[in-house]
Design a protein. Structure first.
Length: 276
């Protein structure tokens, strides 16, 4: 019979001596005492196959690492290529160069009004207080702290001094003048106006009606103004005032009746007429 052929070990090419066992030859080519493991930290023997190699690309194939110059025409509007731009941030300005913001203006205004109030609290004479408030009252009434102070002054200090109260009402009307319609719709000033109108005499209310005649409809349709007008209607008690109020409506009864704020003014007006 034929003799069994012994297993032969093929000679490996250079660089393959220590790359894993061969099926037939086992570990014949591994030096004695060397342990091969899949760990570069244990008896690592560098192999040429593990070195960085130049990537292979088929012939005439464009390299993915090199941008292609080929232009593809797609249907639709053509757009110019956009170049990458760096995000730029505004340069911070110094406090002297920075513009004054509305918030800063309000803070400065409140500080100024607070200083006014401190001075007024130290003045005991009524006429001296009026002299100090001349030119400053309009600014005070359009701020929260100023409006509260003047309300307190009107309702507490002048409560038992009707002559001074009447004089103060005339002083206010004179100081504010045509801006009184702005006071009636202001979020702070409207509260003061409601305190003021209660202490006004007939001729003073008539003067107010004449001052707000051109802006009456706008006041009635304002969420703050509707309350001031209703308070004014409550206080009217002379024929001259009724005529002045009637002329303020200017045939805008339907418009006011359909407005969410103006309808309350009309209801108050009808109610007062029925009572009288």
């Amino acid at each position: 019979g034929q003799q069994p052929q012994s297993a032969t070990v093929r000679k490996q090419p250079p660089g393959f001596e220590y790359i894993g066992p061969e099926r037939a030859g086992g570990y014949a080519h591994i030096p004695e005492g060397m342990v091969m493991m899949n760990n570069p930290g244990v008896n690592y023997y560098p192999s040429p196959l593990l070195q960085p190699q130049t990537p292979y690309y088929p012939k005439n194939a464009p390299s993915p690492l090199i941008p292609s110059n080929k232009v593809y025409n797609f249907p639709g509007p053509k757009k110019e290529p956009q170049s990458a731009t760096m995000n730029t941030f505004p340069i911070m300005k110094s406090s002297k160069e920075a513009k004054t913001t509305p918030a800063n203006e309000n803070l400065e205004k409140e500080d100024r009004i607070t200083d006014y109030i401190k001075v007024l609290e130290e003045i005991s004479d009524f006429q001296e207080k009026l002299d100090f408030m001349t030119g400053k009252l309009s600014e005070m009434l359009f701020t929260q702290v100023g409006s509260r102070f003047v309300q307190k002054f009107l309702s507490e200090e002048l409560e038992n001094h009707k002559e001074d109260s009447t004089q103060f009402a005339s002083f206010i009307i004179q100081e504010i003048g045509e801006e009184i319609h702005e006071l009636m719709v202001d979020k702070y000033g409207n509260y003061f106006f409601q305190e003021l109108i209660v202490r006004c005499k007939n001729d003073q209310r008539l003067e107010i009606l004449n001052l707000i005649q051109d802006n009456f409809i706008q006041i009635c349709t304002n969420k703050n103004g509707t309350h001031t007008v209703q308070k004014l209607i409550d206080m009217i008690d002379t024929v001259e005032e009724e005529k002045a109020l009637y002329s303020c409506f200017k045939d805008q009864v339907v418009k006011l009746s359909m407005d969410s704020q103006g309808t309350h003014v009309m209801q108050k007006y009808v109610m007062v007429l029925e009572e009288k």
